[in-house]
Design a binder for this molecule. Sequence first.
Ligand code: SF4
Ligand code: SF4
Length: 338
Amino acid sequence: MKILNKNQLETILNKLAEEAEVFVPMSKGNSSGFYSWKTRNPETERLMLDALNVYLSPKNIGFPQTEKMYSIKQSGPDVEIKETFEDSDPRIIFGIRACDARAITCMDDVFLTRGYEDSFYKARRDNTTIIANACYNPGPNCFCAGMGIDPTEPNADIIIRDTGDTGYIWETKTTQGEQLSARIADLLEEKELKAPELKPFKTNVEYAGVAEKLKSMFEHPIWEELSQTCQNCGICTYVCPSCHCFDIQVKMWGDEGYRFRCWDSCMYTEYSAEAGGGNPRPTTKERFRNRFLHKLEFFTERYGYPLCTGCGRCIVACPTGINIVNIIDQVKEANVDV
Ligand code: SF4
Ligand code: SF4
């Protein structure tokens, strides 16, 4: 089998960074996320391949928080698109975990299937190679297995497995992965190492039956109760690797300008505000209910699996302790005859 020797890791990242932007999990100030290996400051940024999940997911690599889309020129009622800013530079996401890899699958389904392709997302995605880091020791807030994900088999072009020894097992899974592996073939060793056993999850979730049960719970009093402490701050949607709503805005100087899009959050009042002044989700209860129904019911109905990947980030980030695992449990226990 192929082995990436840990003392060769930096050499390999340097080599890969010659031909693509390589994003790796790193600490940065008080936070952590996926940042460029090429432009890192080794004094202040530390590689975090051992961390289960960094604070910020790699969502912004394929779907930037703010993205310039195209420039326009207006002449009376006519609008001419002058330039489209699609970004097809090659990139590699190195060290992503199974939950975040599933979130990319969610976004692939949303942005690339059902007869519509988002060309901005597609340009990046077609030029992205994913090297995932298999998990064997789930953290206190991890529950990906409950959401149908095997943490040891992430959906990726290449999987690395930390043997706890001197190396990572290097497993190539796709043609794109084979092309990348060929570029560093001389830096990989041929050796036999054993992958560790998966340790038990500390947080267990039973998602089976939840999407079906939620169909009859739209008007259930549970939403009033569960949403009591929500501040509509939106941080849960920003840290979530699979939340993908965006808003499109325009910047104009005279008759020229550009359109850009930026992440939006269904937790905000303006998100569902209508031009005529109405709002179908006027209070926290409706916005909260929509977020959890989208995660646990609507997406499953449309794509066959939930929009929550069990990464646990929203549990850590919510300032009032709202916990999606508790919500799943409460939905399961709810009496639907009320
Ligand atoms: S809803 Fe929470 S636990 Fe689920 S994927 Fe999003 S951030 Fe992770
Ligand atoms: S992070 Fe918590 S308080 Fe903020 S919008 Fe999400 S659920 Fe509400």
